[in-house]
Design a protein. Structure first.
Length: 596
């Protein structure tokens, strides 16, 4: 305690004769400038030592991640051709003897239906063919082919087919060198007994498959090589090496074993080999000294930039101090203005003394207070918008899309057109409903959304409900908020039970009336009782979910359009229901509504 008081008295005595500017500069130098320089240099030195000690781990992790990425991509294409090459129905159709055109056409249709979509699952596939030698089965020029003298990249069909048949391996990769490198994946079509009925030909674009992973690895300070089971280069950062055996590359002097390898060569290079599935390997050769030199240069540059900006900040502080002098005489009056809510006060001062400094600081404080009040108002306006987005974000759209794609593939495989249509409608519906990027959409998309919902209901209640559309063509490219039609149409099914009514009809009209767009949804369902209608008009929830969707739409209309966004509802028991929505015609995306 006594030491602290003694230190305070010493500091006050030493700075008593200094003006405010000199005090701030002195304190800035002692408290900020000098400590920051010392800490910056120390941190740079420690960072350099840490980089050196952990450099091997960093390179090893980079090699491991690259190996995983390459292995994943290779297995994806292997899985596709293996799935096709072991398809029991395909083998059966390629092995049978055909006596009429009808049977051949059925087999062609099966191949197109089963494998046309499958061949498009992965990027980079430029050509996908199924070759066979069945004399009684035709070739359609689409997926089914017979080997002939037609050219293929790197040769012709007969040469390629003979090489595949003569190979002891069921699956093999090969390359086609040139300006635009290609990869060929070949797979025998054989049954469990080992009898071969044909071969699969898949032509891949090298850049799409391995190009982005192999080009310029390790910031251009290293090389990567992808080797197949014969130790032949399939992909490399130097494309001139593609197709060569290991003996013809720089890896020949380093040796390629059968397991993972990590070593530092006498030339200061880090050499690593990682085993992949299918006896493939990925080899990495990294120039360590260059990368370490680059890391050291980066650390030293950071230290130099830190020192530069510290000197620059001190220079700016000295300039600002000359003009930041507050006039205490005016502070009382201006502070009363702020207390009354006026944040646009400004103190004018030409004095260079310490009081003038306080005036400038007061102006900054008033501006910050005004900004904070504006931010608080904006936060309240966006509160409900954030709640809507948080609710939508609870569902993982990608999981739903992937699941629907899987179901659609299985439905296509089984030839169930009704199920395919239902899944397509669901995909369209959820694609729009789960798009969390914005609550604003084109009216075209809103119509597409409600059409998808109606398609689903038509599959559920076929030929029970007629839908009448009256759409003004001028509204297609105008903007609206999302999901204002589908909840209303859904109410007609859930609460109006329109599917139970004879000659049921839902009428949807969207018309532009001057500067206003008018949405009208009318149905002849079981209607709505008067008490519930009164509660909904008051903006109160009617129970059992009645009115919640309409209240949500009404709140969002007010959020974006204020009083210009309107919603009416009318109807009665056994009289059907009419819902009318009006909002401004917007050629550009509307922003959150601000009063005044």
């Amino acid at each position: 305690m006594h030491m602290r008081r003694w230190l305070e008295r010493m500091i006050l005595r030493m700075t008593r004769t200094m003006n405010l500017r000199r005090k701030i500069v002195a304190f800035y130098g002692l408290v900020v400038f000098i400590p920051t320089v010392i800490l910056g240099i120390g941190a740079g030195y420690l960072a350099l030592q840490n980089v050196r000690s952990n450099y091997m781990l960093t390179i090893n992790e980079a090699v491991r991640q690259t190996a995983q990425s390459v292995d994943f991509r290779k297995q994806s294409y292997d899985l596709l051709v293996n799935r096709t090459g072991t398809d029991g129905e395909l083998i059966s159709r390629l092995s049978r003897t055909y006596e009429n055109w009808e049977d051949q056409l059925a087999s062609v249709n099966y191949v197109d239906r089963s494998f046309q979509v499958m061949s498009r699952y992965l990027t980079g596939i430029e050509n996908f063919r199924i070759y066979h030698s069945n004399a009684t089965l035709l070739e359609d020029g689409g997926l089914l082919w017979k080997p002939g003298d037609r050219p293929l990249p790197g040769g012709d069909e007969e040469t390629w087919y003979d090489n595949v048949m003569a190979s002891p391996f069921a699956l093999q990769w090969s390359d086609v060198t040139g300006e635009h490198a290609k990869l060929i994946v070949s797979r025998k079509i054989m049954n469990t007994g080992g009898y071969v009925f044909g071969a699969i030909y898949m032509l891949l674009d090298y850049d799409s498959v391995f190009g982005e992973l192999m080009d310029h690895p390790f910031s251009g300070e290293g090389s990567l090589f992808l080797l197949d089971e014969h130790n032949r280069v399939v992909a490399a950062s130097d494309r001139a090496m593609i197709g060569r055996p290991v003996a013809a590359t720089v890896l020949a002097k380093l040796g390629i074993g059968n397991g993972d390898t990590d070593t530092v060569t006498g030339d200061g290079e880090y050499f690593a080999v990682r085993q992949l599935n299918g006896a493939w390997k990925i080899a990495a050769l990294v120039q360590m000294h260059k990368m370490e030199q680059q890391s050291a240069t980066t650390v030293y540059s950071i230290v130099a930039i830190t020192v530069f900006f510290l000197f620059m900040s001190m220079f700016l502080v000295m300039i600002v101090l000359k003009n930041v002098v507050l006039r205490i005489r005016k502070l009382g009056n201006r502070m009363s203005d702020i207390a009354e809510g006026d944040f646009n006060v400004l103190l004018q001062s030409r004095s260079r003394d310490e009081v003038g400094d306080l005036e400038v600081m007061f102006n900054q404080m008033a501006g910050r207070l005004g900004s904070l009040i504006e931010l608080l108002s904006s936060a309240k306006l966006k509160e409900k918008e954030s709640a809507f987005q948080a609710l939508q974000a609870q569902i993982n759209p990608h999981f739903i899309y992937n699941s629907l794609s899987l179901l659609q593939w299985r439905a296509l495989d089984q030839g169930d057109r009704v199920q395919v249509e239902a899944i397509e409608a669901l995909t369209t519906f959820y694609r729009l409903a789960l798009d969390n990027t914005s609550n604003i959409t084109l009216i075209r998309s809103e119509i597409e959304h409600v059409r998808a919902y109606l398609d689903i209901q038509q599959l559920r209640y076929p030929d029970r409900v007629r839908v009448a559309w009256d759409i003004d063509e001028s509204v297609w490219e105008l903007y609206s908020i999302k999901m204002i039609l589908q909840p209303i149409v859904e109410n007609a099914y859930i609460h109006g039970r329109i599917f139970t009514v004879a000659e049921a009809c839902i009428s949807i009209s969207i018309r532009r009336e001057g500067p206003v767009i008018r949405f009208v949804v009318e149905d002849n369902g079981t209607g709505i009782d008067p008490d519930t209608l009164v509660l909904i008009r008051r903006g109160e929830k009617a129970g059992k979910g009645n009115g919640f969707g309409l209240m949500n739409i009404k709140e969002r209309l007010a959020l974006y359009f204020g009083e210009a966004g309107k919603l009416w509802i009318d109807g009665g028991l056994e009289q059907g229901t009419v819902v009318v929505i009006e909002l401004p015609a917007c050629t550009e995306k509307p922003e959150l509504y601000r009063e005044g």
